[in-house]
Ligand binder design. Structure first.
Ligand SMILES: [Zn+2]
Length: 293
């Protein structure tokens, strides 16, 4: 893909290019990031690349063909920017219904038809639900680009039907950032409970996650890093990965290497088995007792 000398981070460009140039760009993608202008700018560039008639994908958009010129001037009939027609400019269920029926009409001029769904994080649940079927099986010539602040604000069912790309930083107050911060705090609590040897402490700590499977997963992933770091510290290695070195130090001084490794096994096993437990509380109970064995 041709990024037209616009500035995007190298990792983002590499991910997009490898998908786009090989013709493997999924039909529905989420573009998340704090900067709305940047998101829209890239969504338009990608839409232009998708309608461009240059043969070699890596040179698209060529900026010269009729499709590119129309896209550039905002008048390409096969690129539809869905802004929301109500007062708050929020894409509503009516807007999505219009997209849904329009998507089955073949493109006019280009080979593809592109829908940019703006501020997708503001869609309500009804709108998102109305979108699901066409997102899952869009006509072969359709691409959907959902641009949003943070994909954590989209329904899981929407996310699971799209590939997502992060464009720059998320906002400091974004759901994802808050969740990550909470998971670091919770990871420290779990790690401290592991070293405390009190079954009551462990049950109390894991109790936080009774209704929060995602939160448990994030926290356990960080616990693994803390445990790993405490082992590294025991071996006098400075190579630490977690965000919680102080906690790792405490564990390293209070636990034997054998105990740390066993805890790592138990936590890893819980992470792997998580998807198989229909009953989340059973997983918590088992985790709690295994960690205190
Ligand atoms: Zn072109």
């Amino acid at each position: 893909m041709n990024f037209e000398n616009k500035e995007y981070d190298a990792k983002f460009k590499e991910l997009i290019s490898s998908a786009f140039d090989s013709g493997r760009l999924p039909h529905a993608i989420i573009l998340e990031g704090a900067n709305a202008t940047k998101r829209l700018e890239f969504a338009s560039l990608l839409a232009k690349a998708l309608v461009c008639s240059e043969d070699e994908k890596r040179f698209r958009p060529c900026g010269k063909c009729a499709n590119c010129l129309k896209a550039e001037s905002g008048s390409h009939v096969d690129i539809k920017t869905v802004m929301g027609t109500n007062k708050s400019k929020t894409v509503s269920v009516e807007d999505i219904r219009r997209v849904r029926s329009d998507a089955y009409v073949v493109p006019n001029e280009a080979e593809r038809k592109v829908y940019i769904i703006t501020s997708a994080h503001k869609m309500n649940e009804t709108a998102m639900n109305a979108f699901l079927k066409v997102l899952e099986e869009p006509p072969s010539y359709v691409n959907f680009i959902l641009e949003c602040e943070d994909k954590a604000m989209l329904l899981q069912t929407v996310k699971s039907r799209c590939a997502s790309f992060r464009l720059g930083e998320l906002a400091d107050d974004s759901v994802t950032k808050k969740k990550l911060e909470a998971s670091f705090e919770n990871a420290v609590k779990i790690a401290e409970a592991i070293s405390s040897d009190s079954e009551f402490e462990m049950m109390k700590t894991l109790g936080i996650f009774e209704k929060d499977k995602d939160g448990l997963k994030l926290a356990l992933e960080e616990v693994i890093l803390i445990l790993r770091d405490s082992l590294a510290l025991k071996n006098a290695s400075a190579n630490c990965l977690s965000q919680n070195i102080e906690c790792a130090k405490k564990l390293a001084s209070g636990m034997t290497a054998e105990k740390i490794m066993k805890a790592m096994d138990v936590v890893n096993e819980a992470l792997q088995n998580m998807q198989f437990y229909a009953n989340h509380n059973l997983l918590l109970a088992r985790l709690s007792s295994r960690l205190k064995d």
